[in-house]
Design a protein around this ligand. Structure first.
Ligand code: SF4
Ligand code: SF4
Length: 191
């Protein structure tokens, strides 16, 4: 992708935060406590930005590059997945038009209080996520990642509903998936 689009997405999410408070205090920043087998899916063009940086490793999950960190980073460098989290821009396409909803990222629903409590982001954060996603969608490979991730989030929601036999979130189902879906127990919510 052109650096311009990627850098614009980075800039839009550089300083905006999802909440007025530090949500890391709710959970000891559990989303930063990964291991060698968990990481953040990189968008096209991001791998080059982290290549050679001693603070990170890049692996592949077979389809995408995944960034492994060591629990600390320079906030200005963090990848887009971390800038979006605990939300995700869910793509909708109709009549050739693309729009995004900002939803709780259900992949974190078993570990992230912001997700399982269904916290809502600040309006400025939502706007920034949507605008950043539109920048990414200008690139065909990133559009593909946005589509595939949206499909995965929708599938996870359907699977959860099916496994729960329609009993709702009081009977949570937990799944684990290397790299991309640490666990979840709830459906995504549009916020
Ligand atoms: S995004 Fe979720 S897991 Fe990460 S620090 Fe905030 S509440 Fe904790
Ligand atoms: S890259 Fe930074 S923000 Fe993202 S999980 Fe690692 S330490 Fe946390």
């Amino acid at each position: 992708m052109s650096d311009k689009n990627l850098l614009e997405a980075y800039a839009l999410l550089r300083s905006v935060t999802p909440f007025e408070f530090d949500c890391g205090k709710l959970c000891g920043a559990s989303c930063c406590n990964g291991d060698e087998n968990t990481g953040m899916i990189l968008f096209h063009g991001e791998s080059e930005m982290f290549s050679g940086d001693e603070g990170f490793k890049i692996k592949s999950n077979g389809e995408n590059d995944v960034l492994i960190c060591f629990g600390k980073c320079d906030r200005q460098k963090r990848p887009l997945a971390c800038r979006f989290y605990p939300f995700y821009p869910l793509i909708h396409e109709r009549g050739g038009r693309i729009r995004f909803d900002v939803v709780n990222d259900i992949r974190g629903a078993a570990s992230c209080p912001a997700v399982y409590k269904g916290l809502k982001p600040k309006a400025a954060f939502k706007r920034a996520v949507k605008r950043a996603a539109l920048c990414l969608a200008r690139d065909a490979e990133n559009l593909k990642i946005l589509r595939e991730t949206a499909e995965m989030l929708r599938d996870l929601t359907k699977l959860r509903q099916s496994l729960n036999g329609g009993r709702g979130s009081s009977h949570p189902v937990r799944l684990t998936c290397r790299f991309c879906a640490p666990s979840y127990r709830d459906g995504f919510r549009q916020v």
